[in-house]
Design a protein around this ligand. Structure first.
Ligand code: B12
Length: 224
């Protein structure tokens, strides 16, 4: 019988070696044994993807390997996602989320989305490589409280600045959070984002803080 630690090792190793079957089997084992699916995502698969990034930097892996690693990760995420326990933190909201134009890295965005969903947020997912104006349109259409922008490349992250500017012009009350590997708190502040987080767990925490503050403003009739 595999321990939780062993399952995480299998998940990590399966992502690194782009072995979808191994990842799916270990993910199923996590579910069958009632282990914590949330922790398995981070301690297993995300940890594996960090090693993949290192391999790519060292030119040991190239794009085809990265792609297969991503596919292996998704095979596990599909199995684990429905078993991440729902939590009611008492703060809920409507959120638009997507990866900005030119960028197809969507694993991080999808993990952030899972965290929002388990907390009971209403998530409008625009996907990846999203034309910048789509964020503005979707926010207005859904009257969402918050827009979350993801970018994984130094070249694509500049699109965020434009989206922030346009959304703030149309609806100053909307809260905007940005994230992804090249983004820093400093950049978020300079570009006028209301929030920033380094990972999906902190993204949820930050979103709840922002939405609670927004609700308080509305309650006091000061919004806008
Ligand atoms: C997997 C991968 C790919 C896969 C993506 C598959 C997919 N469906 O996502 C594929 C093969 C398609 C790919 C392609 C490319 N890639 Co790539 N890729 C990666 C890799 C190895 C892992 C990314 C990942 O999924 N990480 C795991 C997730 C869980 O972490 P994460 O994305 O950081 O997300 C977390 C946080 O950032 C945060 N977060 C993310 N989004 C948001 C949003 C908000 C609002 C918040 C609050 C938080 C938040 O929370 C997440 C979860 O905890 C990285 C290396 C790395 N170190 O990141 C390179 C990397 C991102 N890729 C890179 C490059 C260069 C490319 C290519 C240009 C390569 C090429 N020559 O073609 C293409 C670009 C394609 C394009 N137009 O987008 C570079 C980017 C360099 C840069 N700084 O600009 C990296 C950093 C590799 C490197 N070291 O050079 N890639």
């Amino acid at each position: 019988m595999a321990s939780f630690q062993e399952c995480c090792e299998q998940l990590k190793d399966g992502v690194i070696n782009y072995n979808r079957d191994q990842v799916a089997k270990a993910a199923q084992e996590v579910v069958d044994r009632g282990y914590n699916a949330h922790e398995a995502v981070f301690d297993g698969m995300v940890a594996g993807m960090q090693v993949v990034g290192k391999y790519y930097e060292d030119q040991y892996y190239f794009v085809p390997e990265m792609l297969m690693c991503a596919q292996a990760l998704y095979a596990g995420l599909d199995i684990l996602k429905p078993h991440i326990p729902k939590k009611d933190f008492g703060v809920k909201g409507q959120v638009v989320i997507g990866v900005v134009q030119g960028d197809v890295h969507d694993i991080g965005k999808n993990i952030v989305k899972v965290m929002f969903e388990v907390a009971g947020f209403d998530v409008h997912d625009l996907g990846r490589d999203v034309p910048l104006d789509e964020f503005v349109k979707e926010q207005l259409k859904t009257d969402s409280d918050m827009v979350c922008l993801s970018a994984m490349m130094t070249t694509t992250m500049y699109g965020m600045r434009e989206v922030i500017r346009k959304i703030k012009e149309k609806n100053p009350k909307c809260r905007i959070m940005i994230g992804g590997a090249p983004v820093t708190e400093d950049i978020a502040g300079k570009w006028g984002a209301d929030g920033y987080a380094t990972d999906a767990n902190n993204a949820l925490r930050e979103a709840m803080r922002m939405l609670a503050a927004l609700k308080e403003m509305y309650d006091q009739g000061k919004a806008g």
